[in-house]
Ligand binder design. Sequence first.
Ligand SMILES: [Zn+2]
Length: 100
Amino acid sequence: MADPVFHSSRYPKHNEQGRGNKGQIFGGECNRTRCTAHGATWFNRGTYAYECEQHAKGANAFPTDGQVPCVETDGQLTLDMMNFYVTELKAKMAMHRKAQ
Ligand SMILES: [Zn+2]
């Protein structure tokens, strides 16, 4: 399994609460506090962390400005890739608001 990538904007900061790499490894444990599912491959652009399919799809059921928060990924993201995903999301949200 890949090494964890800790984004400074991640939420929550499980590793600082003694909960290890939760949510910070592609394919690892879901970021949701009460979820212990493994195989988290969906990147949540609001929390900068990986979630299991169930929680990601649950979050995606409630789009904001026409955009869903979670995207399925196929490997561990670098900090640059995480930032790219979030920048892209913010741009699409702004375009959606402009078009309203
Ligand atoms: Zn989960």
